[in-house]
Design a protein around this ligand. Structure first.
Ligand SMILES: O=C(O)CCC(=O)C(=O)O
Length: 287
């Protein structure tokens, strides 16, 4: 199959986990009814985004309530479900920002713990230190579908070109980043970063944000979007709650790769690309 429909659900996240789960459930159903075969949720879709909230909302993966629901919803709707991210309570009391990925049968296909933690300080604008409470993931994560191989990152991971390049090396044709850029870096970098990752690697890139909620402790930029391998934005949300769809065309991707044959022209004798650690299933399974 050379084409498929991806849905990006830009949820308005509240302080109520129960409401967030109910809202996600309804939107996933709506996306599946609209023909989506892969459905993606935003970063921190079951909890407000902020270091003060992570310990309170954290759950084990895959044995927590949110994982159980995601598994059910992917099975009921017969979709691949990229479960945004949630605060995960991991081993030894550690917390992670984690995306789980579910098959149309409800099986866990992978689990990505955010590799690059969001620690920035822009005076007078935004200061954020995820590393105060979160630990970083140690693996990159891909999963396979009947359509193509897909690489997963979370938000700040998008800034690291090396990670996207390794996913391309591993055969990915689409990268999905649940993310929540803010009102400072969102307008400046969100779109450009995705276009850069798409053009550098000649693949599709999709990023899914929460909707902007002005009174939230962290105000997300919104603007979930997808970019094609030519760098063109093929769908983009505004800031409010919505679902946007991208029809992914792998024949088109192949054409771009043939027209501009970067892979063949790459001077591997001049720069080294290290073999990454990739997980393709639960975090404990490393290949
Ligand atoms: O990189 C940015 O500007 C925003 C990143 C972010 O919000 C995150 O990693 O959650």
């Amino acid at each position: 199959m050379t084409s498929f429909r991806l849905a990006m659900i830009q949820l308005a996240v509240t302080a109520s986990k129960a409401d967030n789960l109910k809202n996600a459930f309804l939107k996933i159903k709506e996306a599946a009814n609209a023909g989506a075969q892969i459905v993606a949720l935003p970063e921190c879709f079951n909890s407000p985004y902020g270091v003060d909230y992570f310990p309170e909302y954290a759950e084990p993966v895959p044995n927590g309530e949110t994982s159980r629901r995601l598994s059910e919803w992917s099975r009921e709707n017969k979709v691949y479900l990229v479960g945004g991210s949630i605060p995960e309570s991991g081993e030894n009391g550690k917390l992670y920002n984690t995306c789980t990925i579910w098959s149309p049968n409800g099986d866990l296909l992978g689990s990505h713990r955010k590799v690059h933690l969001f620690d920035i300080d822009i005076p007078g604008k935004i200061s954020f230190q995820e590393s105060k409470v979160l630990s970083s993931g140690q693996h990159l994560t891909t999963f396979d579908t009947e359509f193509c191989r897909i690489g997963v990152g979370i938000c700040y991971d998008l800034r690291f070109a090396e990670m996207a390049q390794l996913y391309r090396e591993k055969g990915c044709q689409l990268l999905i980043y649940p993310g929540a850029f803010n009102m400072t870096t969102g307008p400046a970098h969100w779109k450009l970063l995705q276009q850069a990752r798409a053009i550098d690697n000649q693949l599709y890139v999709a990023s899914v944000s929460p909707a902007r909620v002005e009174q939230a402790p962290y105000v997300a930029w919104g603007h979930s979007l997808a970019v094609n391998p030519w760098g063109k934005i093929i769908t983009e949300a505004e800031e409010t709650e919505t679902i946007v769809y991208a029809d992914i065309d792998l024949k088109y991707l192949q054409e771009i790769r043939e027209q501009i044959p970067l892979t063949k022209q790459r001077r591997r004798d001049m720069y080294e690309i290290k073999e990454p650690i990739i997980t393709a299933a639960a975090p404990s399974v490393v290949i």
